[in-house]
Design a protein around this ligand. Structure first.
Ligand code: TYD
Ligand code: MG
Length: 468
């Protein structure tokens, strides 16, 4: 006979607990997700520690800063904030086929440690992993091959046994969705199972001075709910994104971006840029021209080159705008690489301060190379692209632009202006439109106080504008 108090009802979708069975989870609203779950009295944990929980004076706590391991992959180190932090857990999310498993295997081979590495795969067989390793050229390095242990299972109990046998310094789990445990109570494959198993693995690495990488599939259709629930459990969340493989880019088209959505040990501004090729992922260090379109001669109207910051590096990105008379009674903005709220705000400022009529137009905005741009310094270039699109006047091909545009039409200073000007000049943009520098003047810079004088400095005083 089951004793009532040994069971609770747990939602297999969100993990909410209820003492009684309900048809619908009051927390997430899903139907028929409450499952009878054994209550764990946490015997295991007590036995492990043997005594009552102890507190520590903060002053005697060991700082863990500094105990990083180089991942051996520069772009990954950059996103992580300078290497893999010991005792940390990193979630790598992305669509199927983006390169999560490839990244993990390359990491296993490249990581700068003498310790052992456990690669747990619930998705591929050992043979498939070996094939991939051969393809990546990992087999050439004997010592790195020998320290990598492969374990093909999603069974947490087995994985824990393997961990305790091998005592790896780096644990790679591909993927979180394939993990399961009999102790988690609910049906295998549910979010609860995944959370339970991830939690146990995170605890293991924290207790054993190791680090954990977990992959998670995320699909465009919003199946993000599963991995999202892991985000608060881990220290770092990285998302792999892909560009639209737009042709005509001067860089290699097949780019993958690794972005931190959360990082307890570094900034979330840095992105890692890779290309996927025959030998797996290769870092792109020279990113300056990657987001520019290869073109001879003049720019078409509607195109501006923005010098934006992505973390600590400057990248030049071609911003493209198109304006056409609105199809409906209200004008619409189509922009998924730059926030459409930002596009609306900039177009309102242009209408107000230049008398450029945009409110009866549909606005299309894109960034070449499919990179999402969130940095505020893109605003002046966006304004120039919209102006150029609406007037049909092309911008000079040698002009790079950076600046924040306020609602009052003023151009506000941006961070690291000198670095932007320098990067642009190195790439052949010998003219730069930007805010008035806060310290010393810069020779290539045409500084402008506001959008009106900026436009004047590009086109001269008599620039025609379709008036409001
Ligand atoms: P994969 O790492 O398995 O993606 P994920 O684990 O995120 O689902 O593989 C990504 C894709 O990259 C796959 O379609 C095959 C391709 N690929 C290459 O182009 N070159 C390579 O060297 C490797 C290993 C994979
Ligand atoms: Mg995979």
């Amino acid at each position: 006979m089951k004793k009532q108090k040994d069971f609770i009802y747990k939602c297999s979708s969100c993990g909410h607990e209820e003492p009684k069975w309900l048809g619908r989870c009051p927390e997430c609203g899903e139907w028929n997700t409450l499952v009878e779950t054994a209550v764990k009295h946490d015997k295991r944990r007590k036995e492990k520690n043997g005594s009552l929980p102890k507190t520590l004076p903060l002053s005697i706590v060991d700082p863990i800063e500094g105990s990083r391991i180089g991942s051996g992959i520069g772009e990954l180190d950059r996103v992580l904030g300078g290497g893999i932090m010991k005792r940390s857990a990193v979630l790598v999310g992305g669509e199927p086929g983006i390169g999560k498993s490839t990244l993990l295997l390359q990491l296993a081979a490249a990581v700068q440690t003498k310790g052992r590495i456990l690669y747990v795969s619930g998705e591929e067989s050992a043979g498939q992993l070996r094939l991939r390793a051969d393809r990546l050229g990992i087999n050439a390095d004997k010592s790195s091959m020998e320290r990598i242990e492969i374990f093909c299972s999603g069974n947490l109990d087995e994985i824990e046994t393997a961990l305790n046998n091998i005592k790896p310094v780096l644990v790679l789990v591909d993927s979180a969705q394939t993990l399961f445990s009999a102790d988690a109570g609910s049906v295998s494959g549910t979010v609860n199972q995944m959370k339970f198993c991830a939690f146990e693995l995170i605890n293991w690495v924290k207790e054993h001075d190791a680090a954990l990488f977990l992959t998670a599939h995320v699909t465009k259709e919003g199946l993000i709910a599963g991995p999202k629930t892991l985000e608060h459990m881990v220290d770092t969340v990285l998302y792999f994104e892909q560009n639209d493989k737009t042709s005509g880019l001067s860089g290699t088209a097949d780019c993958r971006f690794l972005r931190a959505a959360k990082n307890r040990f570094g900034s979330v501004d840095e992105i890692g840029i890779f290309t996927m090729g025959e030998q797996g992922l290769s870092p792109v260090e020279d990113t300056g021209r990657l987001f520019l379109v290869r073109r001879e001669g003049d720019l078409p109207p509607g195109v501006a080159t923005a010098a934006v910051l992505e973390g600590t590096r400057t990248i030049l990105v071609e911003i493209q705008a198109l304006t056409i008379p609105a199809k409906g009674t209200i004008s619409r903005v189509f922009s998924d690489k730059i926030d459409s709220g930002r596009v609306s705000r900039i177009s309102a400022a242009l209408e107000k301060h230049l008398g450029l009529r945009l409110s009866d137009q549909d606005l299309y905005v894109n960034a070449a190379g499919g990179i999402r741009i969130t940095e505020v310094g893109v605003e002046l270039a966006l304004a120039c692209a919209l102006y150029s699109a609406r007037t049909g006047l092309a911008l000079p091909a040698n002009l790079a632009i950076a600046g924040e545009l306020s609602l009052t039409g003023e151009i506000r200073p941006v961070r690291r202006l000198a670095a932007r000007v320098k990067t642009a000049a190195n790439l052949g943009f010998n003219s730069f439109l930007g805010p008035v520098p806060e310290s010393q003047p810069l020779p290539e810079l045409r500084a402008a106080q506001d959008i009106k004088s900026a436009i004047k400095s590009i086109y001269g005083a008599t620039s025609p504008a379709p008036h409001a």
